[in-house]
Design a protein around this ligand. Structure first.
Ligand code: DHE
Length: 550
């Protein structure tokens, strides 16, 4: 048994180092290695490695790194008392779920995973999950690579471009980030960052762009150089979804926080160099009583307050919102606020005083008063709210923060300004067609429109289109299908700095693109395509990201 565990640890380490080097994760490697038996399920070393890789890439986000379940059910060979044992489901049962998805929001993987990959996963999921090796500050430190020290960097921009209107665009499957000049629409550079980059954040000054990927790698890009350049890298965990910077006055560009899915921890780093400063594990008791102690308590959304020297870190499985005071980054102050499960994504209201986050397993939105470190309210909205950072609009109903839902066709509008019905859903509307699958909503203080995608809806007509609503009437104004020469699923929006253009990504198709719409006329302004545009996902305008404009 000891030998088996050691072998599994080695496989995970091999998988993880492979993840850092590999661009494409979809091909299953062939092998003729000796067969390893785990729980009567036969997997070769290479199959185990490939299975772990596919699992980390496509499944761990919902089912947990150690397969103990999170937003999705556990996937353990002997079950967990709540969900069926994968050995009982067997290859046929697992295949049915993988191929068809579930009404609860699991996408259908047929057509996305190859037949070979699906077959492998039906066996991998019946085997014992790999043991995750420790990864703390020493390991983070060993991975740290300061490519260009601060003293060797320019002190002012080496070009006349408008950095504030730069866009960082994620090419998820290629493990790359493109930096595009939003004024001229020129691609300035495409940088290799890490496997399946998830989000980007910008430093408080707007100078640096940081990316974080599913391999836990943070990449720091300097926009002052003639062509944006990678100046530092570090691997702060095995798997992650979020990174954020210190934005409070006096702390601009000083510290960076990393939220680990695996291991579940909060790491604080020097934002100039990416040197690790401290690591705090997030395991702990669940918010709803002291009964359940959760080891895999992953860090989901993180936002930086502009009014206080704190980050708001959302610990998914425990349902605890951590307010992290970074004034002493080697010994950070932590206030934990019990809320609801599982915390996922969220953003600020228009004042920046309140933070709203989806507790997707309980169909709720949690409101936190940031300066006072207090829970304000937990609001029932709909099945699996998924706001991204949400968006803020204003009309006769008041100042409204908007969320879409993964599990149903519903947009909920929560009133955020004081007075009657504050922190209440004051309006609900439907997008076009049927079913959920919406991932992101977006508007801009200067816009009259609210944009909504349906990325995970199984209907290709809906998932390739976006709906635009009038923010005054909340009537559907137009459904925009993929323009000619573009296909795939429409995902994520970003405005330019002026608030008169909306950038939409098309991914998971044959003809990836970034489509730029005129926000006034809703006409296509420009389509950005080319060999380098590979499955674009998130787009982050420097000014809007720095100032939390959404
Ligand atoms: Fe995301 C945000 C986690 C799948 C694109 N995603 C987030 C955040 C979390 C998260 C916790 C909030 C970060 C923050 O604000 O600090 N995402 C997860 C998952 O666990 C999940 C469900 C499954 C997984 O395995 O990763 C998942 N996400 C996806 C996708 O499939 C998307 C569409 C494409 C991709 O990258 O694989 C995707 N997620 C995004 C984007 C954001 C994001 C573009 C940032 C939105 C923003 O405007 O801030």
């Amino acid at each position: 048994m000891k030998k088996l565990k050691l072998l599994i640890v080695l496989i995970v380490v091999a998988t993880i180092s492979f993840s850092c080097k590999s661009d494409k994760k979809s091909e299953v490697e062939k092998d003729k290695e000796p067969v390893m038996a785990a729980n009567d399920i036969s997997l070769t070393d290479v199959e185990m490695k490939n299975g772990s890789e596919i699992y980390f890439d496509k499944c761990a986000g919902c089912h947990g790194s150690s397969r103990k379940g999170a937003t999705g059910p556990s996937l353990l060979p002997d079950g967990d008392g709540k969900y069926a044992a994968t050995k009982v489901l067997g290859a046929a049962g697992l295949r049915a779920f993988i191929e068809n998805g579930t009404p609860g929001g699991m996408p259908e993987w047929k057509g996305i995973m190859t037949e070979e990959e699906i077959e492998l996963m039906t066996r991998f999921l019946q085997a014992e999950p790999p043991v995750i090796p420790p990864y703390g500050i020493d390991e983070i430190n060993s991975s740290w690579n300061l490519i260009i020290p601060v003293a060797d960097r320019p002190t002012k921009p080496q070009h006349n471009r408008n950095i504030n209107n730069y866009f960082g665009v994620i090419m998820r499957d290629a493990g790359k980030v493109a930096v595009i000049d939003g004024d001229t629409k020129e691609k300035l550079v495409v940088l290799k960052t890490g496997f399946a980059v998830h989000i980007l954040r910008t430093s408080a000054s707007g100078r640096y762009i940081y990316s974080v990927g599913r391999d836990g790698r943070i990449t720091m890009i300097d926009t002052y150089t003639k062509t944006p350049t990678i100046v530092a890298e570090v691997k702060a965990g095995f798997d992650a979804r979020s990174v954020e910077v210190s934005k409070f006055k006096g702390y601009e560009d000083k510290y960076l926080v990393f939220g680990g899915y695996s291991p579940s921890h909060i790491a604080i780093l020097d934002a100039q160099t990416l040197e690790p400063l401290s690591v705090t594990e997030t395991k702990g008791n669940a918010c709803d009583g002291d009964k359940e102690f959760i080891e895999e308590a992953r860090v989901a959304a993180i936002v930086a307050s502009h009014t206080d020297p704190v980050w708001i870190c959302n610990v998914k499985e425990t349902g605890m919102v951590w307010i992290v005071d970074y004034t002493d980054p080697r010994n950070p102050g932590m206030t934990q606020i019990p809320t609801a499960r599982f915390l996922h994504d969220g953003g600020f209201d228009s004042t920046g005083h309140y933070f709203l986050v989806a507790a997707n397993a309980s169909n709720k939105i949690v409101v936190i008063d940031v300066p006072n470190k207090k829970l304000v309210k937990i609001i029932e909205t709909g099945i699996k709210p998924h706001p991204g950072r949400g968006t803020n609009i204003k009309n006769d109903l008041g100042n409204l923060w908007v969320t879409s839902h993964l599990g149903e066709n519903k947009l909920s509008f929560i009133k955020t300004n004081p007075g009657e019905n504050q922190w209440t859903v004051v309006k609900e509307i439907k997008a076009s067609g049927n079913g959920g699958g919406a991932l992101f909503v977006k508007s801009h203080p200067k816009s009259k429109h609210l944009w909504v995608d349906r990325t995970l809806n199984p209907d290709p007509v809906l998932n390739s289109a976006v709906d635009v609503f009038d923010i005054k009437t909340l009537e559907l104004k137009k459904t925009l299908s993929a323009p000619e020469g573009v296909d795939g699923r429409a995902v994520h929006f970003e405005y330019n700095k002026a608030g008169n253009e909306v950038w939409v990504s098309y991914f998971m198709g044959e003809k990836s693109a970034i489509v730029i719409y005129n926000d006034k006329t809703l006409e296509v302004k420009q389509i950005i395509q080319g060999d380098w545009v590979e499955n674009p996902t998130g787009k982050f305008n420097v000014y809007n990201t720095t100032h939390d404009v959404y």
